[in-house]
Write a protein that binds this ligand. Structure first.
Ligand code: AHR
Length: 320
């Protein structure tokens, strides 16, 4: 009898190659961060759907934004002896011990949409976008749009310590580097939520002469941008005109805002991380095919020129 488990160690892996063609993941644990954004909701919907389509029993755990809950969930999955674990890690650090426990139990772990600072040996693969590139594209779009005009930019960061907050900040700074007309004057976390995006934008507006001193907003996700758009309107200014708005995710609501002229650009992050993750897992469990350490999803820029209402119609029923 061959075990369902697949080790990350080379010895056992080699011995399994001979006999494992019929061994597929049946039970997979999924530790989701929470439901902070429309994008996160879509990722959850798609992961549940992808698991169902493949006949996988998905054990879903919502961590409500807390790393300690994710660590508990992983330990519970390990105790239950799942075949594999998917995790969207809320922050980048603090995962070594629990990932070592999963490795010890011979349970492959796949990271979804965010990265960790741990050794690459502790997970099978990571599925995600190039987060630095996303920020860079947003910065370059702004530079092009301004065509040399002076511009003070405020930034709404994602969750502190998360890989998208770190990388999207760096990427944006790279995108505007060397363009002295573009100045980042304020930057604060809005925790990837609409409510905090609105709250922090209100404080930016107050601190900057009611917003007269702000020319653009860069938000690490669309939900914070949507909250900020509301704050800008309440301050008596026109988002999209008085203050340009560029963000990341491409959720349906930002296309409605774009169609209304209240947002200017977004960089798409696909919520279908589970498809490539389950494909990689199936190949690994079937014949030991080791996936690349990083499976990159595509990112693309959308602007008002892309018929935002048509994109909204395509996306509105996809679980966002
Ligand atoms: O890790 C991906 C980010 O997390 C998305 O951009 C954001 O909306 C989410 O909550």
């Amino acid at each position: 009898m061959i075990s369902k488990k697949v080790t990350l160690g080379a010895g056992l892996l080699a011995s399994m190659l001979v006999m494992s063609s019929s061994v597929l993941a049946q039970t997979v644990g999924f530790s989701q961060i929470g439901s902070e954004s429309g994008w996160r909701a879509a990722e959850t919907t798609l992961t549940l759907q992808q698991a169902k389509d493949r006949g996988i029993d998905l054990k879903f755990a919502d961590a409500q934004q807390k790393q300690e809950n994710q660590i508990k969930a992983l330990r519970s999955f390990i105790a239950q002896g799942v075949d594999a674990i998917l995790i969207a890690p809320v922050v980048a650090t603090g995962w070594n011990s629990v990932l070592e426990e999963a490795k010890e139990a011979e349970i492959p772990v796949i990271l979804l949409d965010r990265m960790v600072d741990s050794s690459k040996d502790l997970y099978l693969t990571a599925v995600g976008s190039d987060l630095v590139h996303e920020g860079n594209v947003a910065g370059q779009w702004l530079v092009g749009e301004l065509a040399g005009k002076d511009c003070n930019v405020v930034e709404l960061q994602g969750t502190t310590g998360s890989s998208p907050a770190i990388d999207r900040k760096n990427g944006f700074e790279q995108g505007i580097a060397g363009h002295d007309n573009v100045k980042l004057i304020r930057s604060q976390t809005g925790d990837f939520t609409r409510t905090k995006g609105k709250e922090v934008m209100e404080s930016f507006l107050k601190a900057e002469d009611g917003g007269k001193n702000i020319c653009a907003l860069y938000a690490h996700n669309d939900d914070m941008a949507v909250g900020a758009i509301q704050a800008i309107k309440e301050a008596g200014l026109k988002p999209g005109e008085d203050i340009l708005v560029v963000s990341i995710d491409a959720v349906p609501d930002i296309f409605q805002a774009m169609a209304a002229g209240e947002a200017n650009a977004t960089v798409e992050l696909t919520p279908n991380m589970a498809g490539p993750a389950f494909d990689a897992l199936a190949a690994f469990m079937k014949d030991g095919t080791v996936p690349p350490k990083f499976i990159q999803t595509e990112s693309r820029l959308y602007t008002k020129a892309d018929d935002p209402m048509a994109v909204y119609e395509q996306k509105k029923d996809l679980g966002y």
